[in-house]
Design a protein around this ligand. Sequence first.
Ligand code: PRX
Length: 635
Amino acid sequence: MSNYHIKHLEEYYQVYRKSVRNPEVFWEEIAEEHFLWRKKWDKVLSWDFKKPKVKWFEGAELNITENCIDRHLYTRGDKTAIIFEPNNKEDEAEHITYKQLHERVCRFANVLLDKGIKKGDRVCIYLPMIPELAIATLACARIGAIHSVVFAGFSSTALATRINDSECKMVITSDGSYRGPKTIDLKGIVDEALEDCTTIESVLVAKRINSDVQMKADRDYWLQPLLDDAYSDCVPEIMKAEDPLFILYTSGSTGKPKGMVHTTAGYMVYTAYTFKNVFQYTENDVYWCTADIGWITGHSYIVYGPLCNGATTVMFEGVPSYPDFGRFWEIVEKHKVNQFYTAPTAIRALAKEGIDHLEKHNLSSIKVLGTVGEPINEEAWHWYDDNVGKKKAPIVDTWWQTETGGIMISPIAFATPTKPTYATLPFIGVQPALMDEKGTEIKGNQVDGRLCIKFPWPSMARTIWGNHQRYKETYFSAYDNMYFTGDGALRDEVGYYRITGRVDDVIIVSGHNLGTAPIEDAINEHPAVAESAIVGFPHDVKGNALYGYVTLKETGESRNHDNLRKEINQLITEQIGPIAKLNKIQFTNGLPKTRSGKIMRRILRKIACNETDQLGDTSTLLNPEVVQDIMDNVL
Ligand code: PRX
């Protein structure tokens, strides 16, 4: 018997030891007993972090949707797979059974085939959190098309960049979306993006808000009539273990977004296994992850991980504050949610509203609470524990990344004793290492360093789409033979990990990864701007907010600074999306630079964080005089 379901701490340690002593035997057992394969693998793992090249279950053949849907049809056909909770509270929730999901995915897959999409083609999905989003994703996987889901809060420029980078053939979108009291013109955004894209042959449009949209002849098609006409069964494409399943873009500290490529078999095995254990999902539980499927959390822990386990997974279209801050708790009560997984930024926003909203609802169904996306501060952790979990529901603080595909460091609910702000222990098979700046591993406990992973795990991204060299440089060059996460971490006296935050120029705002470079590029496009630098500073709800230092060109004309601030944020909204807007913009006479001309963000960060007593020696700067000037005018 394999160790598919771990229930106790001793069992965790025992299985963990097995997984690192003999990873191949361990993962082979898990894969063999709990998944549906069309052909077994020839080799469980081959790897070389120098190239870097990693292959799991090579030679195996499968289709992930058979694992997520078909295999449940006999045992769970009438069980709810997806509960869709709409934006408007008055609208009825939709319960989609596994049988219905099968039919809807098959119909959608047939529409894709009919529109000329083949195995290996890239399909961009730009949809709100409506059932079609999950269904379109699975339909791509059904026929072996590579989905690239783009979060529907991104701007047309950001969408176009992503479509072009992976040369998508199709976009799936909707007429518009609801977001709390607002509607957003998604189709208009797509139309704008497509002015700069040459590879798109067709656009499928789901009706959501019934708005008037322009439909371009021979390119744009309403989805529903096509689905109605499509055949309700679709033979799954048989995929090789290492065939790409999807591309998902994430921000880097420099350059354009990185299209992380995830492959089929390893991703499936790892997301399913982590889901089962971290959340201790048991049959008939209702599980709700509040993330958007546009992010990795939604891919792995709304769609693939839960469905692979035959779970009931909730998809919520709206926002936590609409119609009021009681919405999450109302949904928990209504659907009797057992596992609730959200982000620290949401917890802080809800905590700010007090507990009146919570007290109006019966939350007794909650068994496990989860958090992800950024470090959770102690106050938010306790608020969550005391008021939502009533001190009875363990909090799983799950640390992982778009690149890791699945949860890497986290408690296993009920097995691992939790500790506020700690992600605790490595998950089964994960071998973390803390490194010093010279590249030596820091052994022992009560230490801190840069977090790396020493050994491959099944769901790691295999490359960056179209740029393997960048993949190597970003993740495998900082330390010899290790995957570098970009995060700092400390290890306490019992070996628990606490993630301390990014050590590069990525800033996490409301749980969203934002690279400083693309934002600075957007600002620098303003005709009045000479140069700019972005840093993060602490924010009580967002975790971090963005502080921009902007130097203007010397044109002689004086510009209204408030207008300029608006224009700069407008540019950022257009180029990236509203999530990247700056909270503060300070106009400066110059930016502190090293003698080689590199902007010293460390100094700017200290100033923005009001830590000017820790500036250190600034005399070696090229232009030390600007530092005082910036400090005198700080916002
Ligand atoms: O800095 C870490 C932070 O989020 C980064 C990854 O972001 P992304 O690829 O968008 O994926 C987020 C969802 C998996 C990490 O490098 N992060 C994520 N989870 C945690 C975290 N920081 C602290 N604690 C966490 N639980």
